[in-house]
Every structure is written in structure tokens, then in C-alpha cells.
Design a protein around this ligand. Structure first.
Ligand code: SAM
Ligand code: SF4
Length: 326
């Protein structure tokens, strides 16, 4: 296993397979969308497979497929099957908006995908339309039903947005009453493709927990798995759990085991950095496996201690989460 310069193991890759998306969530991209990269600038599946193989040899055992929306990329399932065959990978998961996912759930389960994160910020159709700028809530709920029926461990990711969906916190948390889901509330981050953000974040992880506790006074803190970014809670008698992710406050950096590869093949060793290695250039100039490995090891030995340090080293954050992969 490889450890970074702060003695954190690197075991988890988040792989963005595309920057394209079929929704326009306002916290992620502007209404007109982001300027998509020309297709030639996106990594091919063969290139991604080679990167994952190289990282798996270094001890990365978990890969999460993300994007953009993974399912807008042609033949995603073919690629997933190839990933499933890579030695050393023990955990393949996915984050999806759920619009195109339902028809593939059985295949995901059959290939051994145990966990899927489904993004869902509200159960109200009008508010869903307003937030995502598309009227797709029924398709997402169909995906949720199918994931649960297939026995896939399902986490619901809800970004908490001041003045937009705070009335949805309790209805979303209520899903945990009768369903075995983990409903996670995420602090909004400045990755909306426009570089804008509140001068002060109104809905911090603390306020989210206070709001949940005001409604569910017997909310219990539960033990979090190692390297989790989510602080977990449970309400007695509920089948599922709740979680709060301090994505903007960055309380979890000390145990961060994750790296990211953007759709154009840039390695990020911190969500808040500006990209530390052009992996696509290495691949396309004929780097050998040893050269690839050496470049990764060098990047891992220069990781920032936390997201604040990473942010200080760059200009204003202006990219969309769709290019980073969440
Ligand atoms: N399209 C897929 C989806 O929405 O699930 C995968 C990619 S999306 C960029 C990954 C995650 O990032 C989603 O759960 C989304 O809610 C979250 N996200 C996007 N923009 C965000 C922001 N500005 N702040 C916090 N989370 C954000
Ligand atoms: Fe698309 Fe996901 Fe970004 Fe929403 S959060 S616009 S679904 S990439």
C-alpha cells in the first residue's frame, strides 16, 4: 500500500468518465451548461483502464465511477465490465443522477457493484425541476426503487442549498424510516462552473445536524467507517441511516485516502487542488508503466495536508463539479 507525505494511505480513486451531463443542477453548472471538452480530449476507456491498472498495482482497491453523468457516456457498462476484471480492485461503485440508470441496475448488481450513490436533493417534483432544470424526478425515483429491489447498498446524496431545498431535509431524512438507505446531506461547495459562492456558508454541517435534531430529538451519532467523509447518525427504529458531509468546512481531510482523475485525465490529489499531474499527456506521449508509476508516486509525496492548503495554492475555484467528478 502507498502512503502519502502525511502518512495517509491512497486506496480510493474517483474516476470521472465524462464531463457531459443530462441535468443542469444549478450548484454544479450554469443553465446553458459548461463548455464541454472536445471528445478527443477526454480519456478513452482504454486509457482509463490502463490508469486504473497502474493505480491498482500501487494499492488502490476502490474505484468510484462518476462524472458528469456516467450514463451519458456510450457503452459505460462495457467499461464497467472491464473494470470488474482488474486485479486488486475489490470495490467498484458509482455516483449517478439516476435519470438513465434504472435499466442497468440488474447488470450492475450482477457484476458485483455493491454500492451506488444516487443524487437527489428533493422529493418535490417542482423543486427538482427548478434545481436540476429538468423534469426528471420520476425517473430518479424509479432508479431508487430498482436499486433497493436489487439489494444494492444505496446512499442518497442531497446538497443543502440555502433558500432552495432546506424544507426537504426532513422529508428526505424520513426516507430512512422505512427504507435501508443512507441519506447524506452535503454542504454546498463553490464548484458551480461560475466561481461564485456565498460570502458565508449558511447551511454548515453543524446547522444541518441541529435542524435534524430539532425534528428527531433522539438522533444518535453512530460510528463512522474508516476514511469516511460523512458523519453518520441514526434515528432509533429507522431502517436506514443519515449522514452529514462537511464538504466545504473540510473536517475530514486528516484521513483522506482518495484521489481523483478528471474526464480529461488530470490527477487531483485533493478535491480543492487545481490538478497536479497531466496523466493524459503521459499516456499519449508513450509513457511506460514504470514512468506512469513514478509520476503517481511523486504526486502522492506532495499532497497538501488539507483542502485549505490546496485552495491557497490556486486561483479562484471556477470549475464545475461535473469536470471534477464530485
Ligand atoms: N452526475 C452524477 C450525480 O449527480 O450524481 C455524478 C457527478 S456529480 C458532480 C457528483 C456529486 O457531486 C453529486 O452528488 C452532486 O450532488 C455533488 N455536487 C455537485 N456540485 C456540488 C456542489 N457545488 N457542492 C456540493 N456537492 C456538489
Ligand atoms: Fe449533472 Fe451531477 Fe452536476 Fe447535476 S451534479 S449537473 S447531475 S454532474
Amino acid at each position: 500500500m502507498i502512503y502519502d507525505n502525511h502518512n495517509r494511505p491512497i486506496t480510493y480513486l474517483r474516476l470521472a468518465v465524462t464531463d457531459r451531463c443530462n441535468l443542469r443542477c444549478f450548484y454544479c453548472m450554469p443553465e446553458e451548461g459548461i463548455r464541454y471538452l472536445p471528445k478527443k480530449q477526454l480519456l478513452t476507456y482504454e486509457e482509463m483502464e490502463r490508469v486504473v491498472q497502474a493505480l491498482a498495482r500501487l494499492g488502490v482497491s476502490k474505484v468510484r465511477i462518476t462524472g458528469g453523468e456516467p450514463f451519458v457516456r456510450t457503452d459505460l457498462m462495457g467499461f464497467m465490465h472491464r473494470l470488474a476484471g482488474i486485479d486488486g480492485l475489490t470495490d467498484i461503485s458509482m455516483t449517478t443522477n439516476g435519470v438513465l440508470t434504472a435499466p442497468h441496475v440488474a447488470d450492475l448488481a450482477a457484476m458485483g457493484v455493491k454500492a451506488v450513490n444516487l443524487s437527489l436533493d428533493t422529493l418535490d417534483r417542482e423543486r427538482f425541476h427548478k434545481i436540476t432544470r429538468r423534469d426528471e424526478l420520476p425517473a430518479v425515483l424509479d432508479t431508487l426503487d430498482k436499486l433497493l429491489a436489487a439489494g444494492i447498498q444505496t446512499k442518497i446524496n442531497a446538497v443543502v442549498m440555502d433558500g432552495q431545498n432546506t424544507q426537504d431535509l426532513i422529508p428526505l431524512a424520513e426516507l430512512s424510516r422505512n427504507l435501508p438507505v443512507d441519506v447524506r446531506f452535503i454542504e454546498e461547495m463553490p464548484f458551480n462552473g461560475e466561481g461564485s459562492h456565498y460570502p458565508v456558508l449558511h447551511w454548515t454541517h453543524r446547522r444541518i445536524v441541529d435542524e435534524l435534531r430539532a425534528h428527531f430529538p433522539d438522533l444518535n451519532k453512530i460510528q463512522d467507517p474508516a476514511f469516511s467523509t460523512s458523519a453518520g447518525y441514526q434515528i432509533p427504529g429507522h431502517q436506514g441511516t443519515l449522514g452529514v458531509i462537511a464538504a466545504f468546512s473540510r473536517t475530514f481531510c486528516g484521513s483522506c485516502n482518495r484521489i481523483r482523475l478528471t474526464a480529461q485525465g488530470t490527477l487531483k490529489t485533493c478535491l480543492y487542488d487545481d490538478g497536479v499531474l497531466d496523466v493524459r499527456a503521459l499516456l499519449r506521449t508513450g509513457a511506460t508503466n514504470d514512468e506512469l508509476t513514478a509520476a503517481f508516486l511523486k504526486a502522492f509525496s506532495h499532497r497538501p495536508a488539507n483542502g485549505f492548503e490546496a485552495e491557497q495554492k490556486r486561483d479562484v475555484v471556477s470549475e464545475s463539479m461535473a469536470t471534477i467528478g464530485g
